[in-house]
Ligand binder design. Structure first.
Ligand SMILES: [Zn+2]
Length: 364
């Protein structure tokens, strides 16, 4: 993320953004998504660019119109009007004003500079990604949540099995020969949550996942990892979706029987504690897997006990085709749990407990 400078100018806020532009940039595409995987939901807009741009952002006096000006740019292919999430940012309009392109964003509530984040992503030649300008706008008037993975819809999500008549994963018969994909959360340019002593989530999830790999292999399972070192899975500074799809692909392409994503929780108060397992019941077995694992990990000594299994509208749970869970092994924002989770003996015990949960699942 690039650093932003704030300049206050009457009631108008300007945010000048980075570096010189060599040649005119084409704005070739605009995408948006509502993201709920944060304490406060936000709309993310991603503009594809042929070159890096210099951009400034300003919010008008009413707070309901934000204008991002991209200097020395041309609209070339991007849709000019986009209707988005009516509760956060209702509409985005691209207009050519001389040599510049303006992106006007209408918000139903009055927003302030702290509600908006503008940053650029470099192009990624290896993965054929263009330069991108990213605009995040947070929802107004909602309190940050400890569990922010969405609530369970009134009707269960549709299964995705209608194109695959035979169930492609196995659910019984012990662990021997089963294919398990372990996803150590975050990595590389993405540290995940950071504790008060500076401990990074990515550096806790990886050793736990490596211990888990060893334990599961000892039980006869074939284990694949989405990463085994401190790297991004898709590529540095990829969009969140690319990164999470790359992790899901490891499981889908290898016909895994189950998928386990390892994470550590965090909240903006040090008081939140405990252990949770998230599921998205796209198959008939996601909740069973979540229950079997949660029953084991929740008993880890010294931690705040069970927060239960919880429905999670999470990308890796939704986009994997086999039963999948995402475990949140305590809160890095709680000093007691943070000091425990950095200990190899505790990390090993989490791995042992997850393995027991997986054994119980396959032994039904
Ligand atoms: Zn995480």
């Amino acid at each position: 993320m690039r650093k932003l400078w704030l300049i206050f100018l009457f009631a108008i806020m300007l945010i000048p953004l980075r570096i010189a532009t060599v040649s005119a940039a084409d704005v070739t595409n605009i995408n948006w998504v509502t993201r709920i995987d944060a304490p406060v939901p936000f709309v993310r807009m991603v503009l594809s660019l042929s070159e890096p741009v210099k951009a400034t952002a300003s919010i008008d006096k009413s707070g309901q119109t934000t204008t991002i000006t991209m200097e020395n740019s041309n609209i070339r292919g991007a849709q000019q009007t986009v209707y988005m999430d009516r509760t956060i940012a209702s509409k985005a309009t691209l207009t050519q004003t001389g040599k510049n392109v303006q992106l006007k964003i209408n918000t139903p509530s009055s927003i302030e500079p702290k509600d908006i984040k503008v940053f650029t992503l470099k192009n990624d030649l290896k993965n054929n990604r263009p330069y991108r300008l990213v605009v995040d706008i947070q929802k107004k008037g909602v309190a940050p949540r400890t569990t922010y993975y969405g609530s369970k819809p009134a009707t269960a999500p549709k299964t995705t099995t209608n194109t695959t008549p035979a169930q492609p994963y196995s659910i019984s018969g012990g662990l021997k020969g089963k294919t398990i994909v372990i996803d150590p959360g975050h990595g590389g340019s993405d540290s995940g949550a950071v504790g008060s002593t500076g401990l990074m989530e990515k550096n806790v999830t990886l050793p736990i996942a490596m211990y888990l790999k060893k334990d599961l292999e000892e039980q006869g399972a074939k284990v694949l990892m989405t990463r085994t070192t401190d790297v991004d899975v898709y590529g540095p500074y990829a969009s969140g979706v690319d990164e999470l799809q790359a992790r899901s692909d490891v499981a889908n392409n290898n016909h895994a029987d189950i998928f386990i994503s390892v994470h550590i929780n965090s909240f903006n108060s040090p008081n939140a504690i405990g252990i949770a397992t998230y599921y998205y019941d796209k198959t008939a077995y996601d909740t069973r897997l979540a229950t079997d694992i949660q029953n084991q990990i929740a008993g880890e000594p010294g931690f705040g006990g069970s927060r239960g299994i919880q429905f999670g509208n999470l990308y890796v749970l939704r986009h994997t085709t086999m039963p999948a869970v995402l475990v949140e092994l305590g809160f890095i924002s709680n000093p007691t749990e943070e000091s425990l989770m950095r200990q190899p003996s505790v990390q090993q015990d989490f791995a042992r407990r997850i393995t027991q949960g997986v054994l119980n699942y396959f032994n039904k």
